[in-house]
Design a protein. Structure first.
Length: 304
């Protein structure tokens, strides 16, 4: 029995499954709609899609250096318990390896990448069925070249840092220790930028507006001359840079040094130059709506 594109669309709307899965179901069922639905249920795809509507804001973030490539990744699940599941952890590591090897452009492209005998998307659906929770690959970052990675507390925070330096320096154990220090600094101090030149002018102008408003609302400073107010603003902008730019921050392990001075110190000891090029810092579930379970309300709704 033949089927049309509209049949595929209808099946997708009814089951919530992907377009290609629906097309395959109709092909296997020779166009019979009811059999196609049954086929999807037997394959567990409809169940996986049903779980996909549930909030996934837990899980873990991950970072690793794989060969000459660094990868940072966030994969979410419904509960933090899943993050301790070895099957889930291995899946996250396998996805990171796919990102490193195949360099997908975005999450959609990543889902279509080959993973073993199937695709990342097929493997994801399999994990949803086996683990019994909604799982989503949220985001990733990929850097080529010399990198350092750090994972905090089993996956609550992950940092990936890229450096410009020589291969000789990058190969030294002292550099590996330095790279970990910088990554841990980023995890702890949460800078927004590497250096002052990267801060957008609009961000600084907005900061100045806020600072001027604070001065105007302070009875001690409101009547001071504009020149004094301007100096006060510039001083506070300097503080903003020290707090938000990585190289200007106090080095957590030695507050006598900034990260820039620590970098120069290590570079001199290793006989070359080191530049922090860029970084990404992921925090598990940041910006996502958390699931809020209300057991009493759930039972009450079931009784209605």
């Amino acid at each position: 029995m033949a089927f049309t594109a509209q049949d595929v669309k209808n099946l997708r709307e009814q089951t919530g499954c992907g377009m290609m899965d629906c097309k395959k179901a109709l092909t296997e069922s020779e166009g019979n709609f009811d059999k196609a639905v049954e086929y999807l249920r037997e394959k567990g795809l409809a169940a996986a899609q049903k779980k996909a509507s549930r909030v996934a804001a837990e899980g873990m973030v991950y970072a690793a250096v794989i060969g000459e490539v660094g990868v940072a990744l966030e994969v979410n699940a419904e509960t933090d318990f899943v993050a301790k599941n070895e099957l889930f952890q291995n899946f996250v590591k396998d996805v990171a390896a796919v990102v490193a090897a195949q360099n997908p452009a975005d999450v959609d492209a990543l889902l279509a990448c080959q993973m073993g005998d199937s695709t990342v998307e097929a493997s994801l659906k399999d994990k949803i069925l086996v683990i019994g929770e909604n799982i989503k690959i949220r985001r990733f970052e990929r850097y080529e070249g010399t990198c350092a990675a750090y994972i905090h507390a089993g996956g609550t925070h992950a940092v990936l840092v890229a450096f410009n330096t020589s291969s000789e320096i990058a190969a030294k154990p002292e550099f590996a220790a330095y790279g970990k220090d910088v990554a841990m600094q980023i995890a702890a101090a949460n800078p927004g930028y590497v250096r002052e030149s990267e801060v957008p002018a609009a961000v600084i102008e907005k900061e100045k507006e806020i600072l001027l408003a604070q001065i105007a609302n302070d009875p001690k400073n409101a009547n001071k001359p504009d020149a004094i107010k301007e100096k006060m603003v510039l001083g506070r902008v300097g503080k903003f840079y020290k707090e938000n730019c990585l190289v200007d921050q106090e080095f957590v392990k030695d507050p006598e040094l900034t990260v820039a001075k620590y970098t120069d110190k290590v570079a001199k000891e290793l006989g070359g130059s080191i530049e922090i090029a860029k970084f990404v810092r992921y925090e598990k579930g940041e910006g996502l709506e958390k699931r809020c379970d209300d057991f009493a309300a759930e039972v009450a709704s079931m009784m209605k």
